[in-house]
Design a protein around this ligand. Structure first.
Ligand SMILES: [Mg+2]
Length: 379
């Protein structure tokens, strides 16, 4: 019997603007562009994925993403069934798209979306079966991100608490540390001690002396943050800097250090020595869904935690992240919320999102299609 194969591969570029810019020490973005990948199999079942390299953070570009997708995916590719075969298909896609992480995420998402639609299950369930994960969660709490403009923090905090969120992440790294300290102290006072506070410096403290870095980490501990992401470039830090991170009373989380092509040989030693107490996993940056699951398993294996986080993707990428967050589970709030670049899209394109969580839905696949997104873009 002839098996089911990919019959059509469509790659479209879409570009859109957010209602306002998203600012951090790593950059500011007020528009996004992505490659929308659509696969259609020989029985008419669709799968969608999104490749959205984030300029300034991604190792790949929109042009290399598009080229890679057009080169790697061809009609005739077999659609697998069963965990072993699906894993083998993802491995094959992974080796073809190894140097373009956003394209790999798009291809893996589209393939897994199609396979889960064929099986009639949500992507989270397909991920659990494929990667031998525990039963997916029914919901994942959200983290509200307060961007680098401290004048917006009080209002953003109030809105987040009003929506029922209990985790906020402040983007820090302002050149004026004294100003930022007082803004952070004010934020903690307003939030109270029941709200989880995360900090993200996007490596802005790389120019601090070792003593200054130690003093800042010590001061941050007074805020009782859950963790601080990447005060410096952790994966390439000098040994005396790593010693400070190991001893820090403010737990350190890795984000940029997980960026492709970071390998396990770089990450495992940081987890083992304590310079990494959490992993912030962005499939667009780290190299796709399979790699994100590997990193989550690595964190679990070392007794630490991981959270799935966005890189300002559009609706297709975001839906895949929501399903991944449900599949990886854990009690920590996911790094997912309706970010400014997602706010441009109608809520019908974000079926997982409610006010304070992403919820498992009864849909199959990722729950949103390329057609949904193109129709919304045309309006
Ligand atoms: Mg970060």
């Amino acid at each position: 019997m002839r098996g089911v194969t990919i019959e059509r591969v469509v790659v479209r570029r879409i570009r859109w603007r957010g209602p306002r810019a998203f600012e951090s020490a790593a950059g500011a973005w007020d528009e996004r562009e992505s490659c929308l990948l659509e696969l259609v199999d020989s029985e008419g079942v669709h799968g969608a994925g999104e490749g959205a390299p984030l300029p300034g953070l991604s190792p790949d570009t929109i042009d290399s993403c598009e080229r890679a997708l057009r080169g790697a995916l061809r009609p005739g590719m077999a659609i697998a069934s069963g965990a072993t075969m699906v894993r083998a298909a993802l491995d094959a896609l992974g080796s073809t798209l190894a140097s373009t992480p956003a394209a790999r995420f798009a291809a893996e998402t589209a393939y897994l979306d199609l396979v889960s639609r064929r099986a009639g299950v949500p992507l989270a369930r397909m991920l659990a079966t494929t990667f031998d994960l525990p039963r997916p969660s029914s919901s994942a709490a959200l983290t509200s991100v307060l961007d680098g403009d401290t004048t917006r923090w009080a209002g953003a905090l109030e809105r987040a608490l009003g929506r029922g969120l209990r985790c906020v992440k402040a983007k820090i790294g302002n050149p004026d540390w004294e100003h930022e300290k007082s803004a952070l102290a004010d934020l903690r006072r307003r939030a109270g001690d029941q709200v989880e506070l995360r900090l993200d410096a996007n490596r802005a403290w790389a120019t601090c002396s070792v003593d200054e870095l130690a003093a800042r980490l010590d001061w941050c501990a007074s805020l009782a943050p859950r963790w601080l992401e990447e005060p410096v470039a952790v994966s390439v830090a000098r040994s005396e800097v790593l010693d400070v991170l190991d001893r820090s009373r403010t737990p350190i989380a890795l984000d940029e250090s997980l960026r492709w092509p970071a390998g396990d040989d770089q990450i495992r030693p940081l987890l083992a020595r304590g310079a990494a107490r959490a992993l912030i996993v962005k499939p667009t940056i780290v190299g796709g869904t399979s790699r994100a699951v590997e990193l989550a398993k690595m964190a679990m294996g070392s007794g630490t935690t991981s959270v799935v986080s966005h890189a300002l993707e559009g609706p297709i990428g975001f839906a895949a992240l929501a399903e991944l967050a449900l599949a990886i589970g854990g009690s920590d709030a996911a790094g997912l919320d309706r970010h400014p670049m997602l706010a441009a899209w109608p809520t019908t394109c974000t079926p997982h999102l409610v006010e304070n969580a992403v919820l498992a839905r009864a849909h199959s696949g990722i729950g949103v299609s390329a057609r949904d997104v193109l129709d919304a873009a045309a309006r």
